[in-house]
Design a protein around this ligand. Structure first.
Ligand code: DAH
Length: 339
């Protein structure tokens, strides 16, 4: 008897129908008053007691799957019939494909990469989950520096955190290569900040590093001047202001002349005519030594910029949250970008 149930089960599994009539025949022959399944149910009382449980279970399963199969096939048949009834105009012009666009962060990242590649910088990447050494200690952060604080950093454990900047990649590059090193490192970084128009818990940076014999602050200035003009146009001017970073000495902040008001004064540059776009400086000898590079032989410069910040100035995006909301009305506006 069980064999019979299994045989019917196999039939149900492989049954298919192309018309509603065929399906109705199947229903009657299986589930109708004299259908195969119904007859088996009538046999139930003749099954020995110790087999009743298994037989009953299998039989119920068979009935269920026959019912489901009918529903499934019915849907298939009616949807294909609907199609054939559709009033299709075969002469209508085709719907054009909607072209997607690159994300503005990718566009700006690619443009930065292109500019630095053209003057000999390689591209390097590092992990987003980073250890204390690469994110802080090797970069000369004092033990109690506020940037290590829980408020800024997403810690995974005491020693492991989400990287707070791409400067961690310059450490990895120096540890694994000897000068000359000339590389940029684009990537995503994380900070434990409340999300608002002006701050986000993740954003993107490009780190730059150049180490060789006799690299000077003049080289830094010329390189960044070249970059700024390529990025914002020949009329863009730069200004370097003294600043502090643990990993550079001396350190500076680089401002670009306001691309929005041409230095006439506007609310983006807060009527100063200048916009801050990156931090930079000469790599601190302690950092070189930490990464096994002889600081008596080599010098170098480094810089780091936020991609969102550059995109904000290029495209006048005034709310950081737009970059990660995937709103097509925002993303659609970047269709004409070249990168
Ligand atoms: N890591 C810094 C930050 O996240 C940016 C930076 C400043 C990078 C100066 C550098 C540098 O390489 O020299 O704010």
């Amino acid at each position: 008897m069980l064999d019979k149930v299994q045989e019917l089960q196999q039939y149900v599994n492989s049954f298919s129908a192309t018309s509603l009539e065929e399906l109705e025949d199947f229903r009657i022959s299986f589930l109708g008053k004299k259908g195969k399944v119904t007859l088996l149910f009538n046999e139930f009382r003749n099954v020995p007691n110790d087999q009743k449980k298994e037989f009953g279970g299998q039989l119920n399963k068979l009935k269920k799957s026959a019912q489901n199969r009918i529903i499934e096939l019915k849907q298939g048949i009616s949807s294909s019939q609907n199609h054939s009834n559709l009033d299709i105009d075969l002469t209508a012009p085709a719907q054009p494909y909607e072209l997607g666009s690159r994300h503005p962060i990718s566009i700006v990242k690619n443009e930065i990469i292109e500019i630095f590649s053209s003057i000999g910088f390689s591209i390097s990447e590092g992990p987003e989950i980073e250890d204390d050494w690469h994110n802080f200690s090797a970069l000369n952060f004092p033990e109690n520096h506020p940037a290590r604080d829980m408020q800024d950093t997403f810690f995974i454990s005491k020693e492991i955190a989400l990287r707070t900047h791409t400067s961690s990649v310059q450490v990895r590059e120096m540890e694994n290569n000897q000068p000359p090193i000339r590389t940029i490192s684009p990537g995503r970084v994380f900070r434990n900040e409340a999300i608002s128009a002006r701050a986000h818990c993740f954003f993107h940076q490009v780190e730059g590093l150049f180490i060789d014999k006799d690299v000077s602050f003049g080289d830094l200035k010329q390189t960044l001047n070249y970059f700024t003009k390529k990025m914002f146009g020949d009329s863009a001017k730069i200004r370097l202001r003294p600043s502090y970073f643990p990993f550079t000495e001396p350190s500076a902040e680089l401002d670009v002349s306001c691309t929005i008001c041409n230095q006439k004064g506007c609310n983006v540059c807060k009527y100063s005519g200048w916009l801050e776009i990156m931090g930079c400086g000469m790599v601190d000898p302690n950092v070189l030594d930490n990464c096994n590079i002889d600081s008596t032989k080599y010098t170098g410069f480094a810089f780091g910029m936020g991609i969102e910040r550059i995109a904000q100035l290029k495209y006048q995006v005034n709310d950081l949250r737009l970059y990660s909301e995937n709103d097509l009305r925002f993303l659609d506006q970047f269709k004409n970008a070249n990168y």
